[in-house]
Ligand binder design. Structure first.
Ligand SMILES: [Zn+2]
Length: 474
């Protein structure tokens, strides 16, 4: 809506010209580029592969064969190469995926925060549109206690007998058992969350031993392509190979789990139109920027996520999309597909529907600047550990540049095309892009903070204790 103050200062002839011009553009767009009317899929299957770094999948260029099945879906479907999470933390990122709001808006700014009931979630929207909603998740401390289960009729969490999380095999078993017994012919929204790529790693998932030649090839790839800092591993190739053997083994386990789920869904739903959405909530440091885990940093090894869409009906022709997209775009995309409305969302929706990109009308999708944030790591939470870091961090990035703002100083600016692993800070090099992005980022943070209405609440004490077992401080 145009603010009334703006309307008042416009002269009538000018206003009339603008209205006519806008109407003309609308008519031109409608005539020039008819888009296919969206068709609601019979089933939507969302798989979130927690902590999965995009660049450890074959379809994103990884040198090891970690993901043959996911790669096959990516070849037949739509693969996004510049998809980003708004925060490298499980609960906040999933809350954004489900609400199209950034953590500053929905208030889930760390694991242990509870999503307020006032927010409209993807499951609630799909339930309103007649979908049966079922969620199968691999922890018992992020989603149920954090109220991210709102809207799910069936919600299956890891049982308390698992001290940390439920391995993907077991979560998939639960989902398969439910699908096998399901008799309803209603439309279906199925969310499966798998946690294997998150530590602690499962010993029997470890990647099979490689030949010496393959190990050398992997090391060379990691150092040259992923810009891995060998010094961080005390120049020990053995340490690097051990870590990658553990992590890549989990990626391969996730790939096998997705394949099993896919085969069951195909078997149970037959030729019904099923839309698959594979993504992750964040990546993992694995030594880049001298950091092994996630949450603390907002470099792209932690923010860039895999994003693959596949339709069993063939309604999504295979293509690679390089536009910058965000996880907050998913809900508007799903809403557009099923004819749902986000007007009742208790906050300013941040995402843009991908339908123009999926329909090949790329010029009708905005040139986005992906936003990311990290709250302050308080000293009382992290004491003197290396996890503690004063101040908040925010980032904005487009296809070419990324600006990282630190409230404590020490901003960074990167050319993410020439330097995708953010190793050369260009903050001292004057450029109009640097200054524009800084201004845009400051304005965005101020706007989001001004409009934040929710004070986060913490999960109960027992769940906080469970989160501590995973290394979080709720
Ligand atoms: Zn996570």
């Amino acid at each position: 809506m145009v603010p009334s103050r703006t309307v008042k200062i416009l002269g009538k002839p000018l206003l009339a010209s603008i209205v006519l011009a806008l109407a003309g553009v609308g008519i031109w767009l409608a005539l020039a580029r008819p888009t296919n009317p969206p068709r609601a899929p019979h089933a939507i299957v969302l798989v979130t592969l927690d902590t999965l770094r995009a660049d450890h999948l074959g379809c994103y260029g990884y040198v090891r064969d970690t993901s043959p099945f996911i790669d096959s879906l990516a070849r037949k479907g739509v693969i996004f190469t510049n998809a980003f999470a708004p925060m490298a933390t499980t609960s906040p990122s999933h809350a954004s995926l489900f609400t199209s709001l950034y953590p500053l808006q929905h208030g889930v700014r760390k694991n242990g925060h509870v999503l307020d009931d006032s927010f409209l979630t993807m499951a609630e929207l799909l339930r309103e549109r007649g979908y049966e909603t079922a969620g199968f998740v691999s922890t018992d401390r992020h989603f149920g206690a954090g109220n991210l289960k709102q809207g799910f009729q069936i919600f299956d969490e890891a049982p308390p007998s698992h001290p940390e999380f439920r391995p993907s095999e077991e979560t998939i078993d639960r989902a398969i058992a439910w699908l096998t017994e399901r008799t309803s012919s209603d439309r279906l929204f199925l969310w499966v969350h798998l946690f294997d790529a998150h530590g602690p790693y499962i010993p029997h998932h470890r990647f099979p031993p490689q030949s010496k030649a393959d190990e050398r090839r992997l090391l060379q790839f990691l150092i040259e392509q992923h810009q891995l800092d060998v010094g961080f591993f005390r120049r020990s190739h053995k340490r690097i190979l051990t870590l990658m053997g553990e992590y890549d083994g989990e990626v391969a386990a996730l790939d096998r789990a997705v394949k099993r789920l896919f085969e069951t869904v195909e078997q149970r739903l037959g030729k019904a139109d099923t839309l698959w959405i594979l993504t992750s909530d964040h990546g993992e440091g694995l030594g880049n920027h001298r950091w092994l885990g996630h949450t603390k940093m907002i470099y792209n090894e932690q923010l860039r996520t895999p994003l693959i869409l596949y339709s069993s009906s063939g309604s999504l022709p295979g293509r690679k999309i390089e536009h910058v997209v965000e996880n907050v775009d998913l809900l508007p995309t799903v809403a557009a597909l099923v004819g749902g409305s986000l007007e009742s969302q208790a906050g300013e929706v941040q995402g843009s529907s991908w339908l123009p990109l999926l329909n090949g009308a790329h010029d009708r999708f905005p040139d986005k600047q992906a936003f990311a944030e990290r709250r302050e790591f308080l000293v009382e939470e992290h004491g003197g550990t290396s996890k503690y870091e004063k101040g908040e961090k925010y980032a904005l990035q487009d296809r070419r540049h990324k600006y990282i703002l630190r409230t404590e100083g020490g901003d960074e600016f990167f050319d993410v095309v020439a330097d995708p692993y953010e190793t050369y800070n260009l903050i001292t090099v004057p450029s109009p892009e640097r200054d524009r992005m800084r201004e845009a980022l400051l304005a965005k943070v101020a706007h989001l903070k001004r409009n934040a209405t929710v004070s986060p609440k913490l999960v109960d004490e027992a769940t906080q204790e469970k989160l501590r077992a995973l290394g979080y401080v709720p």
